[in-house]
Design a binder for this molecule. Structure first.
Ligand SMILES: C[S@@+](CC[C@H](N)C(=O)[O-])C[C@H]1O[C@@H](n2cnc3c(N)ncnc32)[C@H](O)[C@@H]1O
Length: 212
């Protein structure tokens, strides 16, 4: 069924009471996909890791179980999501193990090479300038650091998600964007969950950037 524009806009930037409810649904719906993302990220206890578009914040908590001697940071453009995720992760925030901020993927409030790992799930659709955001992600990642990007591309999504809000990208387009932004794309994995086809791009920040 075609998703109404109102709901699509809420997914792009949840707001108000409805945004809160939607995020609760999303937390359950996307949990398996986010767990796969964390597996692909190969977190180790001392990792400093960043999530782009944490939404409900449940994956921040699960990442912190794995990077339990490091730092789990996150940015999101929604003030409602920041409040929700901060409440959910209040113990980690108090202990200094998490750092959540209101920020856009296109302008990350962190120093160069600050993180060992970065991940993002179901957010690239909403980035107005994906190349700029990917370059920002590369900037905050250390050389050799890993980036995992989870995204949907299938018939159901193409038919049901309103195109002006959801910019669904083919895996080969994502591979090209990663290359253009200076990443080395190691591989793209495809997995089926019911009617949904998801892809994960696994990339690293290489030693040198070589662009023609
Ligand atoms: C569909 S939700 C996905 C939430 C979570 N990643 C998940 O998999 O359940 C998209 C989230 O990305 C956030 N978002 C959208 N555009 C963003 C951007 N440019 N920078 C940072 N966060 C963004 C939204 O506010 C929202 O919380």
């Amino acid at each position: 069924m075609r998703r109404p524009e109102f709901i699509a806009r809420q997914s792009a930037c949840p707001s108000g009471f409805f945004g809160h409810v939607l995020a609760r649904v999303m937390a359950v719906e996307t949990a398996p996909e986010n767990d796969i993302t964390l597996d692909l990220l190969e977190l180790v206890p001392k990792d400093a890791v960043l999530e782009i578009g944490f939404g409900h914040g449940h994956t921040i908590a699960r990442a912190a179980e794995r990077a339990n001697q490091g730092l789990v940071a996150g940015v999101d453009v929604s003030a409602v999501m920041l409040r929700m995720a901060a409440r959910y992760n209040r113990r980690l925030l108090r202990g200094g193990q998490a750092d959540l901020r209101l920020a856009d993927a296109a302008s990350l409030p962190y120093h160069d090479a600050h993180f060992d790992k970065v991940y993002s799930v179901h957010t690239i659709y909403f980035w107005p300038d994906p190349l700029r955001s990917l370059r920002e992600i590369r900037r905050v990642l250390r050389v050799g650091g890993r980036f995992v990007l989870g995204f949907r591309y299938d018939e159901e999504a193409l038919q049901n998600f309103p195109a002006p809000i959801y910019a669904l990208r083919r895996p080969d387009e994502v591979r090209r964007l990663l290359w253009e932004s200076g990443f080395e794309c190691l591989r793209i994995e495809e997995r089926q969950t019911g009617a949904r086809t998801l892809y994960w791009a696994i990339a690293v920040r290489p030693q040198e950037i070589c662009q023609d």
